[in-house]
Design a protein around this ligand. Structure first.
Ligand SMILES: CC(C)(COP(=O)(O)OP(=O)(O)OC[C@H]1O[C@@H](n2cnc3c(N)ncnc32)[C@H](O)[C@@H]1OP(=O)(O)O)[C@@H](O)C(=O)NCCC(=O)NCCS
Length: 337
């Protein structure tokens, strides 16, 4: 096992990591599209200002460095006071203690850097649940992932939803991100939504304009192309609602629906349906390879779940956030002999 910087990695190493990731996906999430070896280095290397991602690989050390086969990978993204962990072990090499070693090396680094807690996203129905629970991680939050298949959509019904917005609102489409002149109003809408949200945030929202601009730049650098649809309240110029979808260069057949926000004062005017429906029309044209869109919702968010069901999203899996105290984790993982 060695610390590994994706910026300096050979093309063969990156390719080997993608192969392992695809073996993991085939074993754990067989309906998810495999990754292509496109902008993977950038995906792994780029972070926002003030954030750092440190990685290690487990590899077959009989091969010369640079040619090695990567069969395990861990990264820890250090942000604020929390470290966000991602671990994967090739399905053929599981239950040999490799996962534990990978978490151990990342946890020790987080401890040395003075971080107090570690969070991780854990996918329901996979061995990762038993793994993190065995290490003493505790479940802190649950969401449901839902997937929409474009070929199954009722486009006539969607057309009615897209048109069914209350008077006094204008819908705008912005591939690549909101334009500069709207950044302030856009950030304001995000800020208002943040105060409604009690989620433990492993992916903090960018709610000031400067941070938002940087966050969009980071997405682009990582190969994640953002698309935005907004509802503007014409009388005030406020952003009343927004929805964000990202199409990753690594798997352009499945997009991620990020935030959808309807600001409290503007609820009840059909904005949620209209902006999401409009987004699907735009994506159909802009991204010919796109087959599916996935999104995550808290189970208590009933109104959004209802709209998603009307649009054609089907619940797929539970998605959890687990957390652990770093000092405790380091102690649990300390070799006992
Ligand atoms: C979770 C994961 C990292 C575990 O790797 P691993 O090398 O098999 O883990 P370890 O051998 O260190 O397991 C440590 C302990 O965790 C528990 N554990 C791990 N897998 C388990 C399973 N399938 N069932 C029950 N317990 C399990 C056991 O207590 C195990 O100790 P034991 O083998 O002595 O009983 C691996 O399964 C993985 O890569 N999963 C996919 C991760 C993922 O979902 N990524 C996102 C999608 S791409």
């Amino acid at each position: 096992m060695r610390e590994w910087d994706p910026r300096a990695a050979s093309a063969a190493e990156i390719q080997s990591l993608v192969e392992t990731l695809n073996a993991v996906l085939a074993a754990d999430l067989p309906d998810d599209p495999p990754w292509q070896d496109v902008l993977v280095r950038e995906y792994l290397a780029e972070t926002m200002h003030g954030e750092r991602r440190i990685s290690w690989v487990a590899e077959d050390d009989r091969l010369p460095e640079g040619e090695s086969k990567v069969f395990g990978h861990v990264s820890i993204l250090l942000l604020g006071d929390i470290g966000v962990l991602e671990v994967l072990v090739h399905p053929n090499l599981r239950r040999r203690g490799l996962g534990e070693q990978l978490v151990g090396v990342a946890a020790r680094r987080a401890y040395l850097e003075g971080f107090s807690s570690i969070g991780v996203e854990v996918i329901g129905g996979t061995s990762a649940i038993a793994f993190y629970e065995a290490l003493g991680f505790e479940r802190e939050y649950v969401e449901t992932r839902s997937v929409l298949t474009l070929s199954k959509l009722d486009w006539d019904a969607l057309g009615r939803m897209a048109a069914g917005i209350g008077a006094g609102y204008r819908v705008e489409y912005h591939p690549g991100g909101p334009p500069d002149e709207l950044l302030e109003a856009y950030a304001q809408a995000k800020l208002e939504a943040q105060s409604d949200d009690d989620e433990l945030d492993l992916a903090p929202r960018s709610s000031d304009p400067q941070r938002l601009r940087e966050s969009l730049e980071t997405l682009h650098k990582r190969g994640l192309k953002p698309y935005i649809v907004l509802a503007v309240h014409e009388a005030s110029g406020a952003v009343a609602g927004l929805t964000e979808v990202v199409v990753p260069a690594q798997h352009p057949e499945r997009a991620d629906q990020y935030d959808t926000i309807v600001v409290r004062d503007h609820r009840g005017y059909g904005i949620d349906r209209a902006i999401k429906a409009r987004m699907l029309f735009e994506l159909r044209t802009a991204e010919p390879d796109l087959l599916e869109v996935q999104t995550w919702n808290a189970q208590h968010n009933e109104s959004m779940l209802k709209v998603n069901a009307e649009l054609g999203f089907q619940p797929d899996r539970d998605w959890y956030e687990y957390g652990a105290d770093v000092a405790q984790l380091v102690q649990t993982l300390e070799p006992t002999d």
